[in-house]
Design a protein around this ligand. Structure first.
Ligand SMILES: C[S@@+](CC[C@H](N)C(=O)[O-])C[C@H]1O[C@@H](n2cnc3c(N)ncnc32)[C@H](O)[C@@H]1O
Length: 268
């Protein structure tokens, strides 16, 4: 047990050091109007296509296997509800936790838009781990861990909040890893490659769980869609005046699809 704890501390320190490397040098921030890390609620809207991902299929299966009245879902780092809202009414009640009040306002708006009743949702504006963490039968945390320099406490709290199962989804590499070729081509700057999802699996195992693992790919960007090109160019700190060059480059050198990994831990 003591050696598990020291290995967890080592993995967590390596994760935090690797994340720190993703900070963008000031000289690149100075050439653009907004931070490449700015998150917009519109990027995380509920989308029917996500129902086909292993994460949502696992969540739907786990929830529907529970007795009626107990099918509760906690979505940590919910963003605008893109992971959890599509699961209503299989999830009878959804608790969305996010550190951003703007994202939670979008959860409520998106819920109203797709017909999820207001009483089926609770929103909690808090960082995770929360001082008084809510609990649920099933817990999901999707696309959050690369924002978290202390993943061990974060994962422990997720595992402690679930009575039945936890699903954690992450991209194989940092969410901005896919635009590394744009950084190199347009800014002459080599971005990092670490950390990776492998560390998340290792941490879950050291915490005493053997997760099921599922992998898939999100398709690469469409070089003919100016909105997608702009989103990628913003991530690579490329000024708007050069976005048409980015589209042309992507037509010749398409970015690789994004690899995604989900881990499912069964608690009981
Ligand atoms: C990339 S978005 C993912 C949103 C959603 N889970 C999805 O997959 O569509 C990450 C979200 O996690 C939130 N977040 C990041 N770190 C957090 C923390 N420690 N506690 C609570 N929310 C956090 C951000 O505010 C943001 O809304």
């Amino acid at each position: 047990m003591a050696s598990n704890e020291s290995e967890l501390r080592r993995l967590e320190a390596a994760w935090a050091d690797a994340l720190a490397e993703w900070a963008v040098p000031d000289r690149f921030l100075a050439q653009v109007a907004s931070s490449p890390f700015e998150l917009s609620p519109s990027s995380f809207k509920p989308d029917r296509a996500r129902l086909e991902t292993p994460t949502l299929r696992w969540l739907a299966d786990e929830l529907s296997g529970l007795p009626a009245g107990g099918r509760t879902l906690l979505d940590v780092g919910s963003g605008a509800g893109g992971t959890s809202l599509m699961l209503w009414p299989v999830a009878e009640h959804i608790t969305a936790v996010d550190q951003s009040a703007e994202m939670l306002a979008a959860v409520r708006e998106n819920a109203a838009e797709i017909g999820v009743p207001a009483e089926a949702i609770t929103t909690i504006n808090s960082r995770w781990p929360a001082a008084e963490p809510p609990s649920a039968s099933v817990v999901v945390c999707a696309n959050v861990l690369y924002n978290v320099p202390t993943p061990v406490a974060f994962l422990r709290a997720l595992l402690g909040a679930a009575s039945h199962a936890v699903v954690v989804e992450v991209t194989e590499r940092h969410p901005h890893y896919g635009v590394n070729p744009l950084w190199l081509r347009f800014n002459g700057y080599q971005r990092p490659t670490q950390p990776s999802a492998e560390a998340v699996g290792a941490m879950l195992r050291l915490l005493g769980y053997e997760p099921e693992v599922s992998r898939w790919e999100r398709r690469g960007a469409d070089p003919d869609d100016p909105e997608e090109v702009g989103r990628l160019a913003r991530r690579a700190c490329i000024p708007e005046a050069r976005w048409s060059e980015v589209g042309a480059y992507l037509r010749d050198e398409p970015l690789a699809p994004t690899e995604v990994v989900a881990f499912k831990v069964t608690i009981a």
